[in-house]
Design a protein around this ligand. Structure first.
Ligand code: IPT
Length: 958
């Protein structure tokens, strides 16, 4: 390095050390009887293009920042300037958006000077000390109070505290914080997310009375054999611990064993307690539980767990990673309501209040350290900081800041060293430090294939086949690994339409004890609200390097509306299994790990042609976890012959809970009784050529030359004709690194988006009009011989489509059916699967009933537009004056733009409704899979080109 000539020192920015002047990390708690002052709000703000553009004069009392802009703290400045006045977000998955030369960062290093004036409240005690706490600043900060520098720090999603009592004044305090976007710390924070600089979590001034609580560690174990909990609170400052609910009053460091209700994610019993030191009373909530790996299984309180998890990044479409408490609570409530029981805090410790919510509502947590060095994979992991001793202090600092902050949460059952950081001595050092500091939890790290440093075997995105092999213990691996359970820390990539194949994973998890579930990637789309684009993703801010919409791969849309993927996941992981039992009965299995079924009520409804004919309740014994029972359904009421009948059985909440009201559906199933009869039509009408080059057949007219349907019951139509194309989904497109076939590309190469329709003949017989065609793409020697046979009675028209593939088809088809266009459609009513979309491998949540929607309401707003909105198992649909019945049941899709428009759109705002509604009636669909980062469509969900015949009966809506 050459000495710099500027007056300002910025050496700390590229220094690998974690910082200077900070206090040792300690347990976090929301509040105590000690005074505190939240310094969130409007701060004065000045942005500079480099780290050293400005000196530190701004930090001195009396500095006039009147001309500065303002930002809201907590916040990211790049999300706050008007029209990018403060720069813009940058999205890369794993590429560093700067040259890789650790620990150096670019000269262009956006630097935000933040200024806040504050007075102490009148009742602020004169004695004692004070601590200034930053809960999260990206990526490097230098802090002054009243003109005196107190220190610097890195570790964006970790707390940092400074002792500032000696610097405080009753009034006119000046807090100055200089934040650099890039620092040595950026090399450790290469997570797949937006790069978003700023003070994005709370800033708090805490009064520290004489002999206030320092660090403390609540040890609260549960012995399932005795039903007793053992409590010991180790405290840096000695004091007493009281737990009124347990009649406990003990000294810190003292152990007490008493009967307790254990804490589990299903039964999150917390005991209010107080830690009282001479100077402070800290309210605690104690949850008793014991985590261990025993007999090769991850157990809590002696019972194996099954994770039904999600990976959660912190995200808000306007505020980025600056989340308020209500948004955090919304996440927790949404998880609980969707049967999610676990969260991996990918890929950094969350706002600490989130963990309070996990304790309170009940979620298992893998708390992950703020560490990822994924970009080094591009350079064969050369210079990877986790394998370079110079960086080890920074890694240990990160591990300690996480563990010390979060160690008193019963919800946290595992510490994760980080994500995608390769392997190295630094990781081992972290694991050793954590194991020594906290013997009550397990250590996780997916990158450790040998499990040398870890207590569970963890994988991301293994295919079903391999997952099954691991379940059967046939995967080999080190001696240690063979004795460990598997969790999938990431699977089911929820990018765009999908993920498909979740039910297939769940079946494996439930079959093999060693498979203890997983965490879907990921909870929420990180779309940024954008005036012109709806939601922006990578590249929308003109980034030089970016990874497009790979940042939108969540089970929630950016506004937290559940996507069909979440509804599918909820159904797949429901903790109660309801199946058809023997003759007229239903078999219920309690799939919880801890709770019996006493919180649930069971109801049945008997449905005739999709309408409820009778309802009632079922009495079930309060089954213990793992137990099953069969209960008889009542004698069904009489239904006229020729009607489809079925039972829907539901498990609902018997009472209001903290996370959902009474009657919330936790699990359900449908048990068919009598099938839907196929529509019948006796062809009585004769095709009649007319003078106007038209053929009349029953209620329809056709073009005599082409055989194309022109009108039906007076309504003008375009089509129907064969359609095999869909706007490729993110999973069709696949990830660039996938070794397997990626159909989005292969389909386009073959030309399935530009099929040509050759007319081979129009034939009239006594009772039918038959149109012979061959449908094939230019340049290809494969095709689909397709005949359309039209028959009618006086009022209804039947189309029978017969398809015979010709040539050697190596690719599956995206879909197989017909497409037609109708004039404006108002409401759509159907009897079939709903309410939401479904595809062959994402159809668990599709429930047979009668449904109604607008056309717009049928669309699923994937941030990057793509195939969506199909309804499965449709018996009939009514739209635009028509009623269409299928034989067999069909898939139905309707939208106000064509598939080609959908395919061309990059954002939702590119989709402009036309004057017609485009309807696909599909005999079959290709599955969805998870190939945007994981396995493709499983063979049983592929749509292989094969001879097929299907028909539709069209009539005027009654
Ligand atoms: C995996 C990452 O851990 C996660 O952060 C995210 O990027 C995910 O992929 C894809 O969205 S890493 C990948 C190489 C499997």
């Amino acid at each position: 390095m050459y000495p710099r000539t500027t007056a300002t020192t910025t050496d700390y920015v590229e220094d690998v050390s974690p910082g200077t002047g900070t206090l040792p990390p300690r347990a976090w708690y929301r509040a105590s009887d000690a005074k505190s002052l939240l310094l969130n709000g409007d701060w004065r703000f000045r942005l500079s293009p480099t780290a050293d553009a400005e000196d530190d004069a701004f930090a001195a009392p009396g500095y006039d920042a009147g001309g500065w802009a303002e930002v809201t703290v907590p916040g990211h400045w790049v999300l706050q300037g008007d029209d990018g006045a403060f720069g813009s977000p940058v999205y890369t998955n794993h590429l560093y958006p700067f040259p890789v030369d650790p620990p150096h960062v670019p000269t262009e290093n956006p630097t935000g000077d933040h200024l806040r004036h504050f007075d102490l409240p009148a009742d602020w005690p004169a004695d004692g000390d004070a601590v200034l706490r930053f809960d999260g600043v990206e990526s490097c900060a230098r802090v002054w109070l009243n003109g005196t520098e107190v220190g610097t720090f890195k570790g964006s999603r970790l707390p940092h505290e400074f002792a500032v009592g000696a610097l405080l004044r009753p009034t006119g305090n000046v807090l100055a914080v200089r934040v650099h976007q890039w620092s040595a710390g950026s090399y450790l924070e290469d997570q797949d997310q937006w790069w978003l600089p700023g003070i994005f979590r709370d800033v708090t001034l805490l009064h520290r009375p004489e002999r206030a609580a320092g660090d403390f560690f609540v040890h609260a174990a549960y012995d399932h054999r005795t039903g007793e909990g053992t409590l010991r609170v180790d405290s840096e400052v000695p004091g007493r611990v009281t737990v009124p609910g347990l009649g406990l009053d003990l000294a810190t460091g003292e152990t007490a064993t008493v009967p307790v209700e254990p804490w589990t994610a299903e039964t999150p019993t917390l005991y209010d307690a107080v830690l009282a030191t001479p100077g402070e009373r800290v309210p605690l909530r104690v949850g008793f539980r014991t985590v261990a790996v025993e007999d090769g299984l991850l157990k809590v309180n002696g019972r194996p767990l099954l994770f039904r998890g999600v990976n959660r990044h912190e995200w808000h479409p306007e505020r980025g990673r600056a989340l308020d408490l209500e948004t955090m609570r919304q996440d927790v409530l949404l998880m609980k309501r969707h049967n999610v029981n676990a969260v991996r805090t990918s890929h950094y410790p969350p706002h600490p209040a989130f963990l309070d919510l996990c304790d309170e509502y009940g979620l298992w947590v893998i708390d992950e350290c703020d560490l990822e060095t994924h970009g080094f994979v591009e350079h064969d992991w050369r210079d990877n900081p986790v394998d370079d001793d110079r960086w080890t202090p920074a890694l240990l600092d990160r591990a300690a800041r996480m563990v010390e902050r979060d160690k008193n949460h019963p919800s946290v059952v595992m510490w994760s060293l980080g994500n995608e950081a390769g392997t190295g001595r630094g990781l081992t050092a972290m694991a050793e430090w954590i194991h020594a500091r906290d013997t009550s939890r397990l250590v996780h790290y997916e990158g450790d294939a040998t499990c040398r440093d870890t207590d569970v075997y963890s994988r991301m995105y293994p295919f079903h086949e391999e997952t099954e092999l691991i379940g059967r213990g046939l995967d080999g691996g080190t001696h240690k690994r063979r004795g460990l359970p598997l969790i999938l820390c990431e699977y089911g990539h929820a990018m765009g339409n999908g993920p498909g194949g979740l039910a297939d994973y769940q079946r494996l998890f439930e079959r093999y004890d060693r498979l203890q579930g997983g965490f879907v990637w990921e909870w929420i789309d990180h779309g940024v609200r954008h005036p012109g684009l709806g939601y922006a993703y990578g590249g929308d801010f003109g980034e030089e390097l970016h990874d497009g919409n790979f940042v939108c791969d969540g089970l929630l849309f950016p506004d937290r509306t559940p996507s069909p993927g979440l509804l599918e996941y909820r159904k797949v992981i429901e903790p109660v299994r309801i199946e058809g039992g023997g003759d007229g009965s239903v078999r219920v299995t309690n799939g919880h790990d801890f709770a019996d079924l006493s919180a649930l009520a069971f109801t049945w409804s008997y449905e005739v042609d999709g309408e409820t004919a009778a309802t009632g309740t079922l009495a079930l014994p309060p089954l213990a976890p793992g137990e099953s029972a069969e209960v008889k359904l009542p004698e069904p009421p009489d239904a006229p012959a020729g009607r489809e009948t079925l039972w829907t059985v539901r498990a609902v909440l018997a009472e209001d809970t903290p996370w959902a009201p009474k009657d919330h559906v936790v699990a359900w199933t449908q048990l068919p009784r009598t099938p839907h009869p196929a529509p019948t039509l006796t062809p009585t009408a004769r095709p009649a050529p007319a003078a106007d080059d038209r053929i009349h057949l029953g209620p329809a007219t056709f073009d005599a030359r082409t055989g194309a349907l022109l009108t039906l019951s007076g309504t003008e139509l375009t089509g129907p004709r064969l359609d095999v194309w869909r706007a490729p989904t993110d999973n069709d497109e696949g990830a660039p690194w996938q070794p397997d076939a990626r159909y989005g590309t292969l389909w386009r190469e073959l030309g399935l988006h530009r099929m040509r329709h050759r007319l081979d003949g129009v034939r009239l017989t006594d009772d039918a009009l038959t149109v012979h065609t061959r449908v094939a793409p230019a340049a290809a020697d494969v095709g689909l011989r397709t005949t359309y046979r039209w028959e009618a009675d006086g009022e209804r028209l039947r189309l029978t489509v017969a398809v015979t593939p010709e040539g050697h088809w190596t690719l599956p088809l995206p879909r197989l059916g017909v497409r037609l266009a109708l004039p404006e459609v108002d409401r759509v009513r159907w009897y079939g699967g709903g309410p939401g979309e479904a595809y062959p491998d994402t159809r668990s949540a599709s429930r047979l009933s009668r449904w109604e929607s607008s056309v717009d309401g049928l669309q699923t707003p994937y941030v990057r537009p793509q195939e969506n909105g199909a309804r499965a198992d449709v018996r009939w649909v009514e739209l635009g004056g028509l009623r269409i019945e299928g034989d067999p049941a069909f898939w139905f899709t309707a939208r106000r733009w064509t598939t080609e428009h959908l395919d061309a759109a990059a954002h939702l705002t590119d989709l402009a409704p036309g004057d017609r509604v485009w309807v696909n009636l599909d005999h079959a669909q290709h599955g969805i899979g998870s190939q945007s980062c994981g396995p493709g469509v499983l063979p049983r969900y592929e749509l292989r080109a094969a001879p097929a015949e299907f028909s539709f009966v069209f009539a005027r809506r009654g």
